[in-house]
Design a binder for this molecule. Structure first.
Ligand code: PLP
Length: 398
């Protein structure tokens, strides 16, 4: 049976559901990307992005690319051939970024880590103190590891760098955390935030970003890795006039403008609280099912997604297939070594309590149909969690 009516449930941790308002904005007629209307759009978007990232003194770069392009841009604009980069093997995407750094000719020190745990700030400090004659140019970490559902403490990593008295740049992948979890760039001293359009920003895939601190802009003057398409300077020079050095993704920028307006209307604190609520309810469901989240400690859980381990001998991809076939819902697959061992529930971007209830209902029915040993009652536990939060919110409001 396949659900013929209703919409497809896209519950992967990105790309996420695109709100109607954003879809309508993307569908507007394309305009001249060298005309005055476009220049106004660029200026308006760049100003709004600086607020979104909490980046007062630096600049935000927009690329017509997926998140991986912004990974590369962050590295080629700040580092030189042979520079040492401190990275941690804390998930599939951390490994992916490391692979790009290595292919660019950087000297990556990839610290073996437990994927079920966040990056250890004490290990950051220890490595920086023990660097020897070849200083690290940058520390690069993934904030919300989309492959594991584990969130690393960026403020604590900043403190660790400062305690070591080290001048390394801090580069942070916020592909699945921006606009879902707090990452105040100035306050946490992040030099480059890397992100993409297709998750918390509620846009289709196709845009990516570097939010760059004043310190990273200064570092880029001396960085000598080859760069052409990703060059921040060329982009900044054109952006100052409202334009781009190439044909920009005009219609995605219409969508971005609308998505930024939606985020402003909801308010940053409310957006983060909503993600926290939905994440907590999802974890309540997993616990009631008698299953385990891949993230070992809920205190480190990402609010964007939850990775759910299937019991030994149960292929998580087979469960996902049953859910897709029967209920028209897509869940995220396990990535790399985690394939078949877990499925990932995305609860970021445009999502509310009722939609999450439906998604968890699909998971619970799917577990049953797939013959997974589990306890019923996860959805009830999730609804209980959501209702308790709603009651608390209305008590505070009245
Ligand atoms: N970093 C993280 C944390 C991601 O989740 C992803 C993609 O999901 C990427 C980087 C790579 O982004 P993209 O697939 O848009 O190139």
């Amino acid at each position: 049976m396949s659900s013929a009516g209703g919409r497809h449930f896209l519950q992967i941790p990105g790309p996420t559901n695109v709100p109607e308002r954003v879809l309508r904005a993307v569908a507007r007629p394309t305009i001249d990307h060298r005309g005055p209307e476009f220049a106004r759009l660029t200026h308006e978007i760049l100003a709004a992005l600086k607020e979104l990232f909490h980046n007062r003194d630096g600049d935000v770069m927009i690329f017509p690319a997926s998140g991986s392009g912004a990974w590369e841009a962050a590295l080629v604009n700040t580092l030189s051939p042979g520079d040492r980069v401190l990275m941690f093997d804390h998930g599939f995407f951390a490994r992916g970024w490391c692979g790009i750094a290595e292919r660019l000719g950087l000297e990556v020190d990839l610290v073996p880590s437990d994927w079920r745990q966040p990056v250890d700030p004490a290990a950051v400090e220890e490595r920086l103190r023990a660097e020897g004659d070849a200083p690290y140019g940058a520390v690069a970490v993934v904030h919300s590891e989309t492959s594991t559902g584990v969130c690393s403490d960026i403020a604590a990593i900043r403190t660790a760098i400062d305690r070591a008295g080290h001048g390394a740049l801090l580069l942070v992948d916020a592909v699945s955390s921006l606009a879902s979890m707090p990452l105040p760039q100035d306050e946490w001293g992040v030099d480059v935030v890397v992100t993409g359009s297709q998750k918390g920003l509620m846009l289709p895939p196709g845009l990516s970003f570097n939010s760059v601190s004043a310190k990273a802009l200064a570092a880029s003057d001396n960085a000598t890795l080859r760069r052409a398409y990703w060059d921040w300077e060329a982009l900044r020079a054109q952006n100052a006039r409202g334009f781009f050095p190439y044909t920009p993704a005009t219609n995605l920028l219409f969508g971005l403008s609308e998505a930024l307006a939606m985020l402003r209307e909801e308010g940053e604190a409310a957006v983060f609280a909503r993600h926290d609520r939905l994440a907590a309810a999802t974890r309540a469901a997993v616990q009631a099912w008698g299953l385990e989240t891949y993230c070992a400690d809920p205190a480190n859980a990402s609010s964007s997604l939850t990775a759910v381990m299937t019991p030994d001998g149960v292929d998580a991809d087979a469960v996902r297939q049953v859910i897709l076939d029967n209920f028209d819902m897509s869940l995220g697959t396990g990535l790399g070594p985690l394939q078949g061992k877990l499925f990932r529930i995305g609860h970021l971007g445009e999502l509310n309590e009722l939609a999450l209830g439906g998604a968890l209902g699909g998971v619970e029915m799917g577990l049953r149909l797939a013959g997974v040993p589990f306890r019923a009652g996860g959805v009830t536990a999730a609804l209980e969690s959501l209702a308790t939060e709603a009651a608390a919110a209305s008590a505070t409001a009245s």
